[in-house]
Unconditional design. Sequence first.
Length: 236
Amino acid sequence: METTWFCYFPGSLMRKEKLTFFKKSWQQQQSVISVAVSQDAAVTTASYEICYILGKHMKPFTDAKIVKECFINASSLLLDKFSNKNQIILQLSDSTCIRRIENIAKHIYNRTIKDLKNCKYFSLAFDSISGKSQCSIFIRYCTEQNSINEDLLKFISMKGQTRGIDYPNVITNFLDNNDIDIKNWFLCVPMVVHRKPNKHAPLFQNLLEEMNSDYSDVLLHTLVRWLSRGKKRQQS
Protein backbone atom coordinates (compact mmCIF):
# COMPACT_ATOMS: atom_id res chain seq x y z
CA MET A 1 0.00 0.00 0.00
CA GLU A 2 1.44 3.31 -1.05
CA THR A 3 1.80 5.95 1.65
CA THR A 4 1.41 9.61 0.83
CA TRP A 5 3.68 12.02 2.68
CA PHE A 6 2.94 15.72 3.01
CA CYS A 7 5.74 18.15 3.56
CA TYR A 8 4.82 21.51 5.03
CA PHE A 9 7.81 23.67 4.31
CA PRO A 10 8.31 26.84 6.38
CA GLY A 11 6.58 29.77 4.75
CA SER A 12 4.48 27.60 2.43
CA LEU A 13 0.74 28.16 1.98
CA MET A 14 -0.11 24.60 3.05
CA ARG A 15 1.78 25.07 6.31
CA LYS A 16 -0.12 28.28 7.11
CA GLU A 17 -3.48 26.64 6.36
CA LYS A 18 -2.64 23.64 8.55
CA LEU A 19 -1.55 25.84 11.43
CA THR A 20 -4.76 27.86 11.15
CA PHE A 21 -6.81 24.64 11.22
CA PHE A 22 -5.06 23.33 14.35
CA LYS A 23 -5.42 26.70 16.08
CA LYS A 24 -9.18 26.80 15.47
CA SER A 25 -9.56 23.20 16.67
CA TRP A 26 -7.66 24.00 19.85
CA GLN A 27 -9.78 27.11 20.50
CA GLN A 28 -12.99 25.10 20.06
CA GLN A 29 -11.81 22.48 22.54
CA GLN A 30 -10.87 25.17 25.05
CA SER A 31 -14.26 26.85 24.71
CA VAL A 32 -16.08 23.56 25.35
CA ILE A 33 -13.99 22.91 28.47
CA SER A 34 -14.50 26.48 29.73
CA VAL A 35 -18.28 26.24 29.32
CA ALA A 36 -18.39 22.91 31.16
CA VAL A 37 -16.26 24.24 34.03
CA SER A 38 -18.32 27.44 34.35
CA GLN A 39 -21.57 25.44 34.40
CA ASP A 40 -20.26 23.13 37.13
CA ALA A 41 -19.11 26.13 39.17
CA ALA A 42 -22.51 27.82 38.82
CA VAL A 43 -24.34 24.64 39.89
CA THR A 44 -22.08 24.22 42.93
CA THR A 45 -22.49 27.88 43.92
CA ALA A 46 -26.29 27.65 43.62
CA SER A 47 -26.27 24.53 45.79
CA TYR A 48 -24.25 26.34 48.47
CA GLU A 49 -26.62 29.32 48.37
CA ILE A 50 -29.68 27.11 48.94
CA CYS A 51 -27.99 25.17 51.75
CA TYR A 52 -26.90 28.43 53.39
CA ILE A 53 -30.48 29.74 53.36
CA LEU A 54 -31.78 26.47 54.84
CA GLY A 55 -29.17 26.58 57.60
CA LYS A 56 -29.82 30.27 58.27
CA HIS A 57 -33.54 29.62 58.78
CA MET A 58 -32.83 26.41 60.74
CA LYS A 59 -34.65 24.17 58.29
CA PRO A 60 -33.91 20.44 57.96
CA PHE A 61 -31.71 19.21 55.14
CA THR A 62 -34.59 17.27 53.59
CA ASP A 63 -36.29 20.55 52.66
CA ALA A 64 -33.69 20.97 49.91
CA LYS A 65 -35.57 18.41 47.82
CA ILE A 66 -38.71 20.54 48.09
CA VAL A 67 -36.73 23.61 47.02
CA LYS A 68 -35.35 21.69 44.05
CA GLU A 69 -38.80 20.50 43.01
CA CYS A 70 -40.19 24.04 43.24
CA PHE A 71 -37.27 25.42 41.26
CA ILE A 72 -37.59 22.87 38.46
CA ASN A 73 -41.35 23.33 38.13
CA ALA A 74 -41.04 27.12 38.18
CA SER A 75 -38.12 27.17 35.74
CA SER A 76 -40.07 25.06 33.24
CA LEU A 77 -42.47 28.00 32.97
CA LEU A 78 -40.11 30.93 33.46
CA LEU A 79 -37.40 29.52 31.17
CA ASP A 80 -39.75 28.06 28.58
CA LYS A 81 -38.03 29.79 25.68
CA PHE A 82 -34.49 28.98 26.81
CA SER A 83 -32.72 26.24 24.90
CA ASN A 84 -30.96 24.79 27.97
CA LYS A 85 -33.99 24.51 30.26
CA ASN A 86 -33.70 20.70 30.26
CA GLN A 87 -30.10 20.86 31.49
CA ILE A 88 -30.91 22.22 34.95
CA ILE A 89 -28.98 20.19 37.50
CA LEU A 90 -28.91 20.96 41.23
CA GLN A 91 -26.94 19.01 43.81
CA LEU A 92 -29.37 19.00 46.73
CA SER A 93 -29.41 15.50 48.17
CA ASP A 94 -29.43 15.04 51.95
CA SER A 95 -25.76 14.03 52.12
CA THR A 96 -24.76 16.88 49.80
CA CYS A 97 -26.63 19.43 51.94
CA ILE A 98 -24.89 18.12 55.05
CA ARG A 99 -21.49 18.56 53.41
CA ARG A 100 -22.44 22.03 52.17
CA ILE A 101 -23.57 23.14 55.65
CA GLU A 102 -20.42 21.70 57.23
CA ASN A 103 -18.23 23.51 54.71
CA ILE A 104 -20.08 26.79 55.26
CA ALA A 105 -19.81 26.43 59.05
CA LYS A 106 -16.10 25.63 58.78
CA HIS A 107 -15.55 28.64 56.53
CA ILE A 108 -17.38 31.00 58.92
CA TYR A 109 -15.52 29.54 61.91
CA ASN A 110 -12.10 29.93 60.26
CA ARG A 111 -12.95 33.47 59.18
CA THR A 112 -14.01 34.36 62.73
CA ILE A 113 -10.81 32.90 64.18
CA LYS A 114 -8.80 34.90 61.66
CA ASP A 115 -10.64 38.10 62.61
CA LEU A 116 -9.98 37.42 66.30
CA LYS A 117 -6.27 37.07 65.62
CA ASN A 118 -6.19 40.40 63.79
CA CYS A 119 -8.47 42.44 66.07
CA LYS A 120 -7.11 44.55 68.92
CA TYR A 121 -9.78 43.79 71.51
CA PHE A 122 -12.60 41.32 71.91
CA SER A 123 -15.03 40.34 74.64
CA LEU A 124 -16.45 36.96 75.53
CA ALA A 125 -19.68 35.75 77.07
CA PHE A 126 -20.16 32.13 77.98
CA ASP A 127 -23.00 30.04 79.30
CA SER A 128 -23.68 26.42 80.14
CA ILE A 129 -26.57 24.39 78.77
CA SER A 130 -28.92 22.79 81.26
CA GLY A 131 -28.95 19.00 81.09
CA LYS A 132 -25.78 18.89 78.92
CA SER A 133 -22.15 19.42 79.82
CA GLN A 134 -21.48 22.03 77.15
CA CYS A 135 -20.15 25.56 77.27
CA SER A 136 -21.37 28.02 74.65
CA ILE A 137 -19.01 30.89 73.79
CA PHE A 138 -20.29 34.17 72.35
CA ILE A 139 -17.80 36.62 70.90
CA ARG A 140 -17.91 40.35 70.17
CA TYR A 141 -15.05 42.01 68.34
CA CYS A 142 -14.16 44.84 65.99
CA THR A 143 -12.88 43.86 62.55
CA GLU A 144 -10.20 45.56 60.49
CA GLN A 145 -13.00 47.28 58.54
CA ASN A 146 -14.15 48.96 61.80
CA SER A 147 -17.34 46.92 62.01
CA ILE A 148 -18.47 45.30 65.25
CA ASN A 149 -19.55 41.68 64.96
CA GLU A 150 -21.21 39.46 67.51
CA ASP A 151 -21.41 35.71 66.85
CA LEU A 152 -21.78 32.36 68.52
CA LEU A 153 -18.22 31.10 68.34
CA LYS A 154 -18.30 27.50 69.53
CA PHE A 155 -19.87 24.83 71.71
CA ILE A 156 -17.24 23.17 73.90
CA SER A 157 -17.98 19.84 75.53
CA MET A 158 -17.18 19.79 79.24
CA LYS A 159 -15.62 16.65 80.66
CA GLY A 160 -15.65 15.64 84.28
CA GLN A 161 -16.77 18.29 86.74
CA THR A 162 -18.46 21.46 85.53
CA ARG A 163 -17.63 23.88 88.31
CA GLY A 164 -17.47 27.62 87.89
CA ILE A 165 -13.68 27.60 87.78
CA ASP A 166 -13.66 25.05 84.97
CA TYR A 167 -15.22 27.38 82.40
CA PRO A 168 -12.43 30.02 82.35
CA ASN A 169 -9.87 27.22 82.08
CA VAL A 170 -11.67 25.67 79.11
CA ILE A 171 -11.97 29.03 77.35
CA THR A 172 -8.31 29.87 78.02
CA ASN A 173 -7.22 26.54 76.56
CA PHE A 174 -9.40 27.16 73.53
CA LEU A 175 -7.78 30.55 72.91
CA ASP A 176 -4.29 29.11 73.32
CA ASN A 177 -4.97 26.22 70.94
CA ASN A 178 -6.11 28.68 68.25
CA ASP A 179 -3.16 31.08 68.77
CA ILE A 180 -5.42 33.93 69.89
CA ASP A 181 -3.64 36.52 72.02
CA ILE A 182 -5.26 36.45 75.43
CA LYS A 183 -4.02 40.01 76.08
CA ASN A 184 -6.71 41.24 73.70
CA TRP A 185 -9.38 39.71 75.93
CA PHE A 186 -11.14 42.88 77.02
CA LEU A 187 -14.14 41.60 78.96
CA CYS A 188 -15.53 38.24 79.97
CA VAL A 189 -19.15 37.97 81.06
CA PRO A 190 -20.43 34.68 82.45
CA MET A 191 -24.17 34.40 81.97
CA VAL A 192 -25.37 33.66 85.47
CA VAL A 193 -29.07 32.93 85.72
CA HIS A 194 -30.76 31.69 88.87
CA ARG A 195 -32.40 28.52 87.74
CA LYS A 196 -32.78 24.93 88.78
CA PRO A 197 -31.39 21.96 86.85
CA ASN A 198 -33.55 20.57 84.09
CA LYS A 199 -35.22 17.60 85.75
CA HIS A 200 -37.55 16.95 82.83
CA ALA A 201 -34.82 15.90 80.40
CA PRO A 202 -34.73 12.23 81.53
CA LEU A 203 -38.53 12.09 81.53
CA PHE A 204 -38.65 13.41 77.99
CA GLN A 205 -36.05 10.86 76.86
CA ASN A 206 -38.11 8.07 78.42
CA LEU A 207 -41.18 9.40 76.63
CA LEU A 208 -39.40 9.28 73.26
CA GLU A 209 -38.25 5.74 73.98
CA GLU A 210 -41.80 4.61 74.80
CA MET A 211 -43.07 6.18 71.58
CA ASN A 212 -40.35 4.38 69.54
CA SER A 213 -39.11 7.71 68.25
CA ASP A 214 -36.19 7.93 65.83
CA TYR A 215 -34.52 10.47 68.10
CA SER A 216 -33.48 10.10 71.72
CA ASP A 217 -33.49 13.80 72.60
CA VAL A 218 -34.69 17.20 71.43
CA LEU A 219 -33.33 18.08 68.00
CA LEU A 220 -31.01 21.05 67.64
CA HIS A 221 -33.08 22.82 64.97
CA THR A 222 -36.49 22.81 66.59
CA LEU A 223 -38.78 25.46 68.02
CA VAL A 224 -39.87 23.26 70.92
CA ARG A 225 -36.91 23.23 73.31
CA TRP A 226 -38.73 22.59 76.58
CA LEU A 227 -41.71 20.48 77.53
CA SER A 228 -43.58 23.53 78.78
CA ARG A 229 -43.77 24.85 75.21
CA GLY A 230 -45.14 21.66 73.70
CA LYS A 231 -47.89 19.21 74.44
CA LYS A 232 -47.22 17.29 77.59
CA ARG A 233 -48.16 13.69 78.00
CA GLN A 234 -51.39 13.40 79.88
CA GLN A 235 -50.73 11.80 83.24
CA SER A 236 -53.35 9.39 84.43
